[in-house]
Every structure is written in structure tokens, then in C-alpha cells.
Design a protein around this ligand. Structure first.
Ligand code: UDP
Ligand code: GLC
Length: 382
């Protein structure tokens, strides 16, 4: 099967990293059409996935856009849709990986008569999106998609609650290759040395810098922990959240934590950095649709503490393979950090349970096979 994948982003967020793993097995039978140039294109090329930047002008719709803004942007989209219709004729199926890709993909699917699959990486609720954006996404999916793949039960539930058709949606978790998360101890020691992390209790936070990812909660929690507890914040402001990044630096200075918080920016050596930590914290203040970083930490056999909302509750069972805390509560987070610092044996057992269960539940080969089966069945029934 030949697949035209569409994604609006030039930057590698979680949805884009997931797309790499899904598109890779198709080799030359896939093309990823991007609506923006950037490092995501380079990553696709490094993985030998055919890629083309098909729109260079940014599409002006934001998560909170009004109907008028939405309609204006539809006009801008016409040339892009025409282009996608032409390309789609060479492929059997259109696979939209983001919301703007859904808008373009839905119309292109109609004009090119190719089935549409929508991979839903978001919780479609008012917490995350404007009413207009929600309505557009649900209506387009309901009318044009043969299949919606939800990245968690939480994303599926929100889709159905917002009026999405329950008969077209399937939950498929992100897949991971456990091989990528095996680390060499001497390499990790070297990394710890380079970053000045030896003899510290290191809490890692791995996420783009954005207010709802809640890096500020970890900083507040750190201020309530003993001085040997240090944090590394890995990730950059990918989608224009520079103000938040600045606020975080300011907060660190105000709390006098300059020696205990390191900002490492965007990194490509996530498994190694996770291995250099004693605990990985996930602190989203709004419901996380899935949370790749949680599974990655589990595969590195690191204990995880995560904010209890959305897809996270499908990944973490408190006290068995990780710890859950109330979102937005630094005091509770600090308490778990201190427990992990003190109760090393229980914590090690929890981390080991996490590795075993995550390697079974999120195995990339099995998940890719399942997606292939779903695509073939939808393609044949079309
Ligand atoms: N990530 C990365 N480099 C960084 C920070 C994060 O490669 O500096 C990766 C991280 O390993 C994960 C993804 O970005 O695979 C983020 O996905 P997640 O689902 O956790 O959150 P999202 O950003 O998609 O909401
Ligand atoms: C999105 C979500 C994140 C999820 C990722 C992969 O970026 O915000 O929670 O893990 O997609 O599905």
C-alpha cells in the first residue's frame, strides 16, 4: 500500500516522532508531506523516509482560533489542497497526522477519492482547543475519515464526547523499539560527569518548554526537596513559548536554584540522558493525550512520577510501575521525589516492573503490524 502522510509541523514534537516510526516500514511506498520546513524534515531524511515540504507559508490557525480566522485561512489553503490532490493520486491512502493536516487531507481525500485516516494525537476538549477548532476537527473526521486512530483511550473518549463517531475510532498506543533504550554504563558515567551530575539525585524532565507541560511545577517542587536533589530540563520552546522559557529561568533565579537546575535545550540523546537520571518527572497541568516520555523512561528502567490525567492513567499504575500525583501540586510531587530518594529498593522494583510491562505493551513491531492491518481493512472496504 502506498501512503501519503501529512503533517503540519517542521519541528519534531511527539506526534512527529511517532509518525517516523509508522512511516518507516513503508520505505519508498510512503511520502511525508509537510506544511513547514525544519528539523523534522532532516530527521525523516536520516530515517530514509521520502519527504517533501509542500507548503512554505505558515497556516495561520492556532488552537484558540475563531470561526472568522478559520474561514480566512481556508482561502489560503486552496493552493495547498490543489497540490495535495495532485500528489494523492499517486498514493492509495491519505494519513493525516495533525489537525491542520486533517483539514487539508479531508478535502484532498474528497477530490482525489482516496480514503482518509486521521491519527488523533490530541485530547479534543475545551481545555486544549477553541470551540471552533473542535467543531472543525470533529465534523471533518466524521464526514471524511474512514478510520481515526486515537493515541489513547482518553483521546478516544474526548473525541466521542465532542460528537465524534464511535464506529470509526480505534485506540492504538505509540510503539517503541526497546533496543533503543538499552544503555552502556560507562557511556552514562561519562555523560553524568560532563553534566556535573555525579553524587546528586537527578530528576529529569523531558518535554518541550510550554506552560501546560508544567516545568514550573517541578521547579517549585525542587525548592521543597533536600539540596542533593537536582533537576535537568531537557527540551526547547518548540512552538513559540519563549516567554514561558524566560519565566522558568527567572523562577530558578528567584528561588536560588541556579546550581540545582540545568536547562539542556532540545537533545537527540534522550535514552542516554534518561539513564543518567534517578527519576523522571512528568508534570503536565492539562490532561496529557499519551505521553511518550513516560514510556521512554520506563523502557530505560527509570522510576517515573507522572501527573494523573488523560492518557497517563493508562500508562502508569501507581505503586506498581510508577507514581501518580495530582497535576499542578508541587508539594505532592516533592513528597514522591523524597520517597524515591529514601526508599531505593521499592523504587528499583517499580522501575523494573515498568521496563517489563512497557516492553510488552508498546512493542513497535506489534503496533506497526496492527496499524497495517487496520489500514488494509479500511482500504479494502472503501
Ligand atoms: N524529546 C526529544 N528531545 C528533547 C525533548 C523531548 O527528542 O529535547 C522527545 C521525547 O523523547 C518524546 C517527545 O519528544 O519522544 C515528546 O513527546 P511527548 O508525547 O512526551 O509530548 P509532546 O511534546 O508530543 O506533547
Ligand atoms: C501529542 C501529545 C502527546 C503524545 C504524542 C504522540 O504530541 O501531546 O501526549 O504522546 O502526541 O501520540
Amino acid at each position: 500500500m502506498r501512503i501519503l502522510f501529512l503533517d503540519q509541523s517542521g519541528k519534531p514534537g511527539g506526534a512527529e516522532l511517532c509518525l517516523i516510526d509508522i512511516a518507516k516500514p513503508y520505505g519508498d511506498r510512503a511520502l511525508v508531506g509537510l506544511f513547514a520546513d525544519g528539523p523534522f524534515k532532516d530527521l525523516l531524511q536520516q530515517n530514509n523516509i521520502p519527504v517533501e515540504v509542500i507548503a512554505t507559508q505558515a497556516i495561520q490557525v492556532r488552537k484558540e482560533s475563531s470561526l472568522l480566522q478559520g474561514l480566512k485561512s481556508l482561502g489560503q489553503l486552496a493552493p495547498l489542497i490543489t497540490k495535495v490532490v495532485k500528489i494523492a493520486r499517486e498514493y492509495d491512502l491519505i494519513y493525516a497526522n495533525t489537525q491542520k493536516a486533517l483539514v487539508v487531507g479531508a478535502l484532498a481525500s474528497f477530490f482525489s477519492r482516496r480514503p482518509l485516516v486521521y491519527h488523533l494525537h490530541d485530547i479534543l476538549s475545551k481545555e486544549h482547543f477553541s470551540q471552533t477548532n473542535l467543531r472543525i476537527a470533529i465534523n471533518l473526521a466524521n464526514h471524511f475519515a474512514s478510520l481515526v486512530i486515537a493515541n489513547s483511550q482518553a483521546s478516544k473518549t474526548a473525541f466521542v464526547q465532542a460528537g465524534g463517531r464511535p464506529d470509526i475510532i480505534e485506540v492504538v498506543y505509540n510503539g517503541f523499539d526497546p533496543k533503543n533504550y538499552k544503555n552502556d554504563e560507562s557511556e552514562i558515567n561519562k555523560l553524568q560527569q560532563q553534566l556535573g551530575l555525579q553524587r546528586k539525585f537527578v530528576v529529569g524532565h523531558f518535554s518541550r518548554l510550554a506552560p501546560w507541560k508544567g516545568q514550573h511545577i517541578l521547579i517549585d517542587a525542587l525548592a521543597k526537596c533536600p539540596p542533593e536533589v537536582t533537576a535537568i530540563l531537557v527540551g526547547d520552546a518548540l512552538f513559540g513559548e519563549q516567554d514561558y522559557a524566560q519565566q522558568l529561568h527567572q523562577k530558578v533565579a528567584e528561588l536560588g536554584l541556579e546550581n540545582r537546575v540545568k536547562f539542556l535545550g532540545f537533545r537527540s540523546d534522550i535514552p542516554q540522558l534518561m539513564a543518567a537520571c534517578d527519576l523522571v518527572a512528568h508534570t503536565s497541568t492539562s490532561a496529557e493525550p499519551f505521553g511518550r516520555v513516560i514510556v521512554e523512561a520506563m523502557l530505560c528502567a527509570k522510576p517515573v512520577v507522572a501527573a494523573k490525567a488523560g492518557g497517563v492513567m493508562e500508562l502508569v499504575e501507581h505503586g506498581f510501575n510508577g507514581f501518580l500525583v495530582t497535576p499542578g501540586e508541587p508539594q505532592e510531587l516533592a513528597q514522591v521525589i523524597i520517597t524515591c530518594l529514601q526508599e531505593t529498593e521499592i523504587t528499583a522494583t517499580i522501575a523494573s516492573n515498568a521496563r517489563t510491562s512497557a516492553s510488552q505493551r508498546f512493542d513497535m513491531t506489534a503496533i506497526n503490524n496492527y496499524i497495517a492491518k487496520l489500514l488494509v481493512s479500511k482500504f479494502n472496504s472503501n
